[in-house]
Design a protein around this ligand. Sequence first.
Ligand SMILES: Cc1cc2nc3c(=O)[nH]c(=O)nc-3n(C[C@H](O)[C@H](O)[C@H](O)COP(=O)(O)OP(=O)(O)OC[C@H]3O[C@@H](n4cnc5c(N)ncnc54)[C@H](O)[C@@H]3O)c2cc1C
Length: 373
Amino acid sequence: MDFNLGEQEKMLQAAARRFATDLVGPRAAEIDASGQFPFDLAEEMGAQGYRGLPYPVKYGGTGAGYAGYVLALEQICQASMTVGAIMAINTVPEEAVFRFGNEEQKRAFLRPLAKGELLGGIAFTEAETGSDPGLITTIARKSADGYVVTGQKQFVALAPAAKLVLVFARREGEGLNAFIVDTSSSGFIVREPCETMGLRGLGTSVVYLDDVYVPGQNLVGEEGQGFDILLEIMSIARLGVAAEAVAVSQAALELSVDYARERKARGRPIAKLPTIQWHLAEMASRIEASRWMVYRAAFLRDQGLSIRYESSLAKLFASQSAVEVTRMAMQVHGSYGAMKTMPVERLYRDAKMTEIYVGISELQRNIIASYLV
Ligand SMILES: Cc1cc2nc3c(=O)[nH]c(=O)nc-3n(C[C@H](O)[C@H](O)[C@H](O)COP(=O)(O)OP(=O)(O)OC[C@H]3O[C@@H](n4cnc5c(N)ncnc54)[C@H](O)[C@@H]3O)c2cc1C
C-alpha cells in the first residue's frame, strides 16, 4: 500500500493549482452570475493539456492517467466547479472512443478532443428520463451509408461549445447505439441554455435532433452495444463528479477556516468556539474520506480495472458530503454566508448539483447494492 503522490503527480497538481488560482478563480463569480459559458477558459484548458489527461500521448492525451486527471480536476474545481466540469464532461466521450472506438475513430475524434482542438459532450438524458436508459426514445433509422437520428435530448452540458456529442439512440425496437454526432450537422439544434441553480455557465441545454444524418463510421462499438458503453463510461463520469464534490468541499472548508479566524463573537474569534470547531472538524473528516475514495478509484482505473462499483461509492459519498460540508460552511459564515457577494453561497448551490447530475444518489445506491447482493 502506498498513499504517496509521485513527483510527476505533485508537479501536475501544483501546475493545475497555479492555473486555477491565476486564471479560473478570478472568473468564478462572474461565470456564476452571468451563466455564460466561458469559451476562453475552455480553450485555455485545452491549450494547457487539461482536456486529455488520462489518455496516451499517441492519442493526443497527456498520459497522466486517471490519477493525474482527478488531481488536476480537483484543483480547477476548487476555483470554479463549472470550469472543472467542462474538463470532466469532455472526458466522457473521450472515454467512449478510447475504450470502444476503432483506430480510425481514435484518430478522428479522440485525438482532437484530447489535444483540446475540439470540445465534446454527451447526450443520453431525455425529457422522460435521465436515470433509465431503457426509456430512451431517440431513434436511429438506417440509411444507405449511415443513420438518421431523430429525438430530443435534455440537459446537454457544453452544448453551445461542443463540436462533437456522443448521442445515445436506438434502432426501432432494438438496443441502444452510441454515435459521435457532429454538432454542425443539419438538424442538430441547440436551444438556449437552461437556467440552473448551480453549475451555472456550463451551457446545459436542450438539443433537438431533427433527422440528423450520422455517417456509419461514427457508430462507436457495435450496433446494440450502446447500453454497455453507457454503463462503462458513466463510471468515469461519476469519478469526475466525485472529484468535483471533493473540490467544492475543500473550497468551503478553507473559506470557513479563514472566516472563523477573523469573525469575532464577544471579542474573540469564532474559531475559538467549540461549536465552530466541531463544524470544521466534521467538514475535514468527510473531505478526507471522500478524497481517498476518489483517488483509490482513479488508481484502480489506472491498473486497467473496472470501477463501476468504486466510482458509485465515491460519487454517492463525496456528493452527500459536499452538500453537508457546504451547509456547515454556510452555518460558520452566518448571514454573510447567504450573501450573493460571498463565494460560499455559490459552493452550496454547486454542491447540490453533484447529488443529481451524472446519476442521482438513488441510482448509485442501486448500483452499489447490486454488487453487494
Ligand atoms: C447541470 C446539469 C448538467 C447535466 N449534463 C448532462 C449531460 O451533459 N448529458 C446528459 O445526458 N444529461 C445531463 N444531465 C442530466 C442528469 O444527468 C439527469 O437529469 C440526472 O441523471 C437525473 O435524471 P432525471 O432528472 O430524469 O431524474 P429522474 O430519473 O426523473 O429521477 C427523479 C427522482 O426520482 C427518483 N428515482 C428515479 N429513478 C429511481 C430509481 N431507479 N431508484 C430510486 N429512485 C429513483 C429519485 O428520487 C430521483 O431523484 C445534466 C443535468 C444537470 C442538472
